[in-house]
Design a protein around this ligand. Structure first.
Ligand SMILES: Nc1nc2c(ncn2[C@@H]2O[C@H](COP(=O)(O)OP(=O)(O)OP(=O)(O)O)[C@@H](O)[C@H]2O)c(=O)[nH]1
Ligand SMILES: [Mg+2]
Length: 274
């Protein structure tokens, strides 16, 4: 991977998984990650009330407790436990919905320092019936359309299955405690001008257990809100910052332009027609 001359190219690759009550699927996910060549696997256990932690440990993962609820908090707790030798981090879900045969396609470009962040795009892959619900599809579409319009980048999904370099993570200074986590990572990467690529991945249904988000009304709205508000918060900061940097004579006019619905409509229309 990054150093092809090394005898063990996978040694610096670690996987991180936030998990909440996934005892039925997490063992197989860990085995599949190990089969893919990853040996350092860290589970951020978000106060599971089932045997998630026990099963994960038995399958060979390190389990880090993250007692305060939240997808992002679980990821942050796991990140804090990364070994010093780790240079590439793979994120995936614990419910068996990611096609782990594609691990090399995500990890390789990052480990070889060709990309900083590689996102598995379910929008570019095949979707098993029911794997993505209508609210998820709509939320993804709205968020990624906004990102494309604002940052002029190619982005089609906010999927959790992704690889990122440790150096990029240090620059990203991740903070979101909840489901804005994936959107925050992407928006910040675009703002920093990091190298971001997408790889098509297939979306599968969870292999066991109950959905905590997509199959339930309130969590769907909560997750959707967290994602959208994350994108909009950074976008507003960028637009305001761009205005401040303009000469004062232009500022009055540009305030009108940059924050007017007219301006955003224009950018979005261009994006939608593309
Ligand atoms: N740490 C943490 N992880 C969570 C939380 N809710 C869900 N997860 C994990 O995040 C991942 C995504 O949650 P899911 O319940 O699969 O949500 P989904 O993918 O929208 O729904 P499914 O259709 O059931 O797959 C899984 O690995 C969960 O275990 C949470 O509050 N905290
Ligand atoms: Mg899932």
């Amino acid at each position: 991977m990054p150093h092809p001359s090394e005898s063990d190219p996978w040694s610096g690759v670690c996987a991180i998984m936030p998990a909440l009550d996934e005892e039925g699927s997490i063992g197989a996910v860990i085995s599949n990650l190990r089969r893919a060549g990853i040996r350092s696997i860290i589970v951020g256990d978000n106060g599971s009330r089932d045997r998630t932690a026990e099963v994960a440990r038995a399958a060979g993962a390190t389990v880090v407790p993250a007692p305060h609820k939240g997808y992002g908090r679980a990821c942050l707790a796991a990140l804090a436990a990364l070994p010093p030798s780790c240079h590439t981090v793979l994120f995936c879900d614990a419910d068996g919905s990611d096609d782990l045969r594609l691990v090399p396609a995500l990890v390789r470009p990052v480990a070889r320092d060709e990309q900083d962040l590689v996102i598995g795009s379910r929008a570019l892959g095949r979707q098993e019936a029911g794997a993505l619900t209508p609210p998820q599809l709509i939320g993804n579409w709205v968020s990624t359309t906004l990102m494309r319009a604002l940052y002029r980048v190619r982005v089609t999904d906010l999927g959790p299955f992704r690889a990122v370099s440790r150096a990029a993570l240090q620059r990203l200074q991740m903070q979101d405690p909840a489901f804005g986590w994936t959107a925050e990572m992407q928006v910040k990467a675009f703002r920093l001008g990091l190298r971001v690529a997408e790889v098509p991945v297939d979306a599968k249904c969870r292999t066991a257990g109950r959905s905590k988000i997509s199959g339930r009304v309130i969590p769907v709205f909560r997750a959707g809100w967290a994602i959208l508000s994350t994108v909009v918060r950074y976008a507003r900061a960028d637009l305001a910052g761009a205005q401040q940097r303009r000469p004062s004579t232009m500022r009055r006019r540009s305030r009108h332009l940059a924050l007017s619905p007219q301006y955003l409509r224009q950018r979005l229309a261009t994006e939608l027609m593309a």
